[in-house]
Each structure stands twice: as C-alpha cells, then as structure tokens.
Design a protein around this ligand. Structure first.
Ligand code: NDP
Length: 327
C-alpha cells in the first residue's frame, strides 16, 4: 500500500480531495513503475486541486503534472531499477495518474533521465515551471535574442515560471525587467537578478497598438491584456514567448507589432514537447541553475499540506518554490 492524493467526485458533482492509501492495482498501464520521491505544485495542479479550473478529465485522479524519483520496475530496456528519472506533462495528473502519489506508472517514452547535477528534490524545486522557463529561453535564443539585443521582460515574475526565468536570464547576462503585482517581492526579484521591477498595473489596462519600443525579448506567463501590451512594446524584430494564461485566455491585441515591427510570437507547450527538446532543456538547466540559490527559495510540504498550498498559490500568497515530499 502507498499514499496518494486523490481528487474524487461524488454523484452530485461535488469534488473532494483526500490523501488515500491505495495499492498498485490503482496504477494505470505503463512499462515503468517509479517510486516517486518528490513532486511540486504547479499552477495547473492548483487549478485541479481547488476545482477552480477544468483540468481533470476523469475521476478519481491523482493530480500532479510532474515528479522525480527512482525506477522500481521496468519492462523497457531504456530504464532499469535504480535509475533516477523525472517527468513533466504528457497529460500526467490530468488524464493519467499523476505525481502527487508515492508511486507512478508511465510509458518509458514519457520519462527524462535525471541530470546528475540535480537531486530528485532540486529537480522538482524547478519542476514544470522551471523547465517551461528554460523552453522559453531556448526559444528566445533560437530566434536570435542575445544579451546584446536589449532588455528581456518577464511577466508574473514572482510566480513559478517567472521567477526561474528571471534567475536564468540574469545568469545568462541578459538585462531583465520583471513585471509583478506584488510590491513585497521586489527584494526577492532583485536577489534573483532582475535589473528593473515594473508594476503589473502598467500592463493590465488596454493600451495603444504600438507603445514605446523597449524589449528585445519577452517571457509571458500572463496572456490576456498583459500579453497584448507586451507585444505592443517590443523593439523591431523582438521575440515574445507566450506560455501562460494567468491574466486570461484571451488575446486582445492588434497585428501592428507583427506587421510594423516584425515581432515574433512563439507559443511554448511543455506538455507535449518532444523528448529531445526536453533533454536539451534539462541539460541547459543543469548547466545554469545555481542549486544553492534555488534551495534558498524552496519550501518543503507534505501531501497533507497540498490542498492549502494550492489555494495559496492561486491567491498569490505563495512565495518561492514548493516541493512535495513523497518518499
Ligand atoms: P504561478 O501561480 O506560480 O505564477 C503566476 C504569476 O502570474 C503570479 O505569481 C503572478 O505574478 C502573475 N499573475 C497572477 N495573476 C495575474 C494577472 N491577473 N495578471 C498578470 N499577472 C498575473 O504559476 P506558474 O508560474 O506555474 O504558471 C504561470 C502560467 O504559465 C500559468 O497560466 C500556467 O498555466 C502556465 N504554464 C504553462 C505551461 C506550458 O506548457 N505552456 C507550463 C507551466 C505553466 P506576480 O505576483 O509577480 O505578478
């Protein structure tokens, strides 16, 4: 028997979340069984656990879109018992048993070998948020945005994706402008490497089709009006990576930045990203991340604390990264 966080739905449609003792017959099909050591709390997990967003496709479901642990059993030659692995996305924690449980069973193709620079804990301190931040930065680099091109703006800078993006971009030598709605996070963002801090309210209201050209690159987790305003303030040839919808699903923009300044908008999807790009992103994280700095902003919680932390994350009350101890 092992512990799992389960989201259940009663016949009258009420959702409830409990830590349950389950056995291996609860696990789905898959060729690799993993003893999960650590998971983390992502925006999508928080929506699923609080029921504030339609993330879970079938009930009961163990949420958790990522995990890191040790292979226990494998019928696939790619992995052997004892191998350290991690997983991000692929519908895990949405339609396939997720990482907020002491065991997981998945197809081998979904796993990524854990880079030796990371413990299973530090990998989850980065989690899907950190890996998505790295995908955004790889996309900026691939589109030719260098530190000489000009400043890079990061929205939702004190959140999971945003804070890691600020830390990595600063490490790479970029001038980082961090947009936040939390004045209290100013010192933290400066510590991570932000060169300037901008209030979120400057980006939240409808603006002009073209604003003053300021940014060579952007990592946007907000979507909605914020993304539209970021696009309007890009320099000619600027590149915007869009990965989130914290401000909304809509995109109330004009084509002006694209046709008058040659701005490129790059969509980032971490869930179905191909295996080679995942490995590239994790290898880049292994080279760039200051594990000590990461640990200093990481808080440890247990499965029983997850529901409360999920609500805090969505209410903007969580500070730094959260890892969930499962071992
Ligand atoms: P967090 O909740 O940790 O961070 C989101 C941040 O967005 C908040 O901390 C806040 O930052 C900012 N924010 C919140 N509300 C608003 C608003 N109304 N307008 C503008 N900014 C706002 O979430 P994550 O960083 O984990 O995820 C961010 C987004 O990225 C989510 O939408 C998530 O679904 C998406 N995502 C997408 C992935 C992909 O594959 N495309 C993968 C991972 C995440 P501050 O207080 O500093 O302003």
């Amino acid at each position: 028997m092992f512990d799992a966080l389960l989201i259940e739905k009663s016949p009258d449609g009420q959702q409830s979340v409990h830590v349950r003792q389950v056995d291996e017959t609860s696990l789905p099909d898959g060729d690799v069984t993993v003893r999960v050591e650590w998971s983390t709390l992502n925006y999508k997990d928080a929506l699923a656990i609080t029921g504030r967003g339609p993330i879970i496709r079938q009930f009961p479901m163990a949420p958790g879109v990522d995990f890191a642990g040790v292979v226990e059993k494998s019928s696939n030659s790619a992995y052997a018992p004892g191998d350290r692995v991690l997983l991000n996305g692929w519908g895990v924690g949405e339609k396939h048993w997720g990482g907020l449980a002491q065991k997981a069973r998945v197809p081998a193709a979904w796993l990524t070998p854990l880079p030796s620079a990371f413990s299973t804990r530090s990998a989850m301190a980065l989690g899907t948020a950190g890996y998505t931040a790295m995908l955004c930065i790889l996309a900026l680099q691939q589109q030719g945005v260098t530190k000489e091109s000009g400043p890079v703006i990061v929205t939702g800078a004190s959140g999971g994706v945003g804070s890691v993006a600020v830390m990595l971009l600063a490490r790479l030598g970029y001038h980082v402008a961090a947009v936040t709605g939390r004045e209290t996070e100013r010192d933290h963002l400066t510590h991570l490497g932000a060169a300037e801090i901008l209030p979120r309210e400057d980006f939240s209201k409808p603006g002009k089709p073209l604003e003053k050209a300021r940014w060579a690159g952007a990592v946007d987790v907000a979507g909605g009006q914020v993304l539209a305003n970021v696009c309007a303030s890009m320099k000619p040839g600027g590149v915007v990576t869009a990965c989130g919808l914290a401000a909304g699903m809509d995109f109330p923009a004009t084509v002006a930045p694209f046709i008058l300044r040659g701005v490129t908008l790059v969509g980032i999807d971490s869930v179905m990203c191909d295996h080679d790009r995942r490995v590239k992103a994790w290898d880049a994280l292994a080279k760039l991340v200051d594990v000590e700095k990461l640990e200093s902003q990481t808080k440890e919680i247990s499965l029983r604390d997850v529901s409360e932390s999920a609500a805090a994350l969505l209410d903007g009350k969580l500070h730094g990264r959260v890892v969930v101890k499962l071992d």
